[in-house]
Design a protein around this ligand. Sequence first.
Ligand SMILES: C[S@@+](CC[C@H](N)C(=O)[O-])C[C@H]1O[C@@H](n2cnc3c(N)ncnc32)[C@H](O)[C@@H]1O
Length: 162
Amino acid sequence: MSRLDSAIRRLQAQQLSLEWAASAVATHSGNAIELGLGNGRTFDHLRSLMPERPLYVFDRQIAAHPDCIPADDRIFLGDFRETLIKAKQVLGQTVLLAHLDIGTGDKEASIALAAEIAPLVDSLLADGAVVVSDQPVTLPRWTSAVLPEGIKPGRIHLYRIG
Ligand SMILES: C[S@@+](CC[C@H](N)C(=O)[O-])C[C@H]1O[C@@H](n2cnc3c(N)ncnc32)[C@H](O)[C@@H]1O
C-alpha cells in the first residue's frame, strides 16, 4: 500500500468513526471534546455533524485553518496533562463524545501519551459516552466497540463508556 493509500484510509476511518460516534450519542445532550485540534480538519467535521453540541478543543498550540479555530472559551490551550485537569473544573463529568487525535510519527510515544492522559479524559466522561481514539487505550470503564464496516482493525479505536 502506498503512503497515499494509507493516508486516505486513515482519513476515511476518522470520518466513518466520527460519524458513528456522533450518531451513537445523537439523542442525548452533553459536551464533546477533541484532543488535538491540529489544522482543524476533524474539528470542522465534528461541528458539521453536531452543530448544536458544545465542542471543546485541546492543543498546545493553535495552528488550525483560520475558519477552524473555535471561540476562546472553547479552547484549552497547553499541554493535555495540564489542561485536562483544568477542564474538569469547567466541564465536570458532562462529556458524551471524546475524540483523541494525538498521534505523532513516534508510535511508542503516542501510545505512552494516550495511556497517561486517558484517565484524565475518563474523569470527564459521562456514563453512555463514546470515544474515538487514534491510539489504543485500556481502562476499566472503556469497552471496545465494533468498527464500522470498511475500517481495518487497529487503524482507529472506538470505545463505549460505562
Ligand atoms: C494528529 S494532530 C491533530 C490533527 C487534527 N485532529 C486535525 O484533524 O487536523 C495532533 C495534535 O496534538 C497536539 N499535541 C500532541 N501532544 C500534545 C500534548 N502533550 N499537549 C497538547 N497538545 C498536544 C499537537 O500539537 C497536534 O496539533
